[in-house]
Design a protein around this ligand. Structure first.
Ligand SMILES: Nc1ncnc2c1ncn2[C@@H]1O[C@H](COP(=O)(O)OP(=O)(O)O)[C@@H](O)[C@H]1O
Ligand SMILES: Cc1cn([C@H]2C[C@H](O)[C@@H](COP(=O)(O)OP(=O)(O)O)O2)c(=O)[nH]c1=O
Length: 204
């Protein structure tokens, strides 16, 4: 079972994941993230830090996703594990549709085509919905957070993309009001995960 957590920078994804580790400690869960912790993930972070060409950056994120699928997602699904990923494909759809906007005529269409045929769709996605101004306040408090997208306008567009994507797939998405307190959010998501039917599926 593949569960993903999405939202703009500072929306509380890492906090939620950490909380779930405790709340779901009796379950055998694989926690993972994109960009990943492999050498490709390191190159993605380097690309972000050095503000590289947006197409190069988008393709690095895709390469990282391919490695993530090969190294973590597919093997864990084969073992019938519960996987919870901090960011996944929707991050590309939400963020790169903005960064590629001035380069490609239809970035979202391009991004969907690039992923077609090899990615694996999550069973459930929790989207933390937080107003950009609150995210910026939270991020300012965290000095160690990347500042790549700490520009309100970009995050505003990213948030809108997320909401549009969620609208097209209401069965997969659960929207969370990220203004609620951490404990309440963690408890709600943990309960949702416990209630999900965990059936054996066949994956490539
Ligand atoms: N529900 C919440 N209410 C208030 N502050 C929060 C909440 N969730 C997270 N935070 C704080 O906001 C900041 C960013 O949270 P974080 O989990 O790192 O977000 P992300 O991983 O999405 O960037 C951290 O200082 C965190 O403690
Ligand atoms: C996975 C992914 C992340 N990103 C961006 C979102 C973040 O600004 C940055 C780093 O991600 P991350 O380390 O998850 O940052 P945060 O914890 O603040 O959300 O990379 C993309 O633009 N596209 C992607 O496909």
């Amino acid at each position: 079972m593949l569960i993903t957590i999405e939202g703009i920078d500072g929306s509380g994804k890492s906090s939620l994941l950490n909380g779930l580790k405790e709340e779901l400690s009796d379950l055998d869960v694989i926690y993972t993230r994109e960009p990943g912790s492999t050498w490709i993930g390191e190159q993605v972070r380097r690309g972000i830090a050095e503000n590289i060409d947006p197409v190069a950056e988008a393709l690095l994120f895709c390469a990282d996703h391919a490695a993530h699928l090969g190294e973590v997602i597919r093997p864990s699904l084969k073992d019938n594990k519960i996987i919870i990923s901090d960011r996944y494909t929707d991050s590309r759809f939400a963020y790169q549709a903005v960064t590629l906007k001035k380069i490609l005529p239809e970035p979202m269409k391009w991004l969907k085509e690039v992923h077609e045929g090899w990615t694996i769709k999550p069973d459930r996605t929790f989207l933390l919905v937080l107003p950009v101004e609150e995210a910026l306040i939270r991020l300012k408090k965290d000095r160690d957070k990347p500042e790549h997208f700490e520009c309100g306008n970009v995050l505003e567009e990213v948030l809108n993309n997320y909401l549009e994507i969620a609208e097209t797939d209401p069965e997969r998405f659960i929207l969370i009001d990220a203004l609620k307190n951490k404990e309440e959010i963690i408890k709600f998501v943990a309960d949702c995960i416990r209630q999900m039917p965990h059936k054996q599926k066949k994956y490539l």
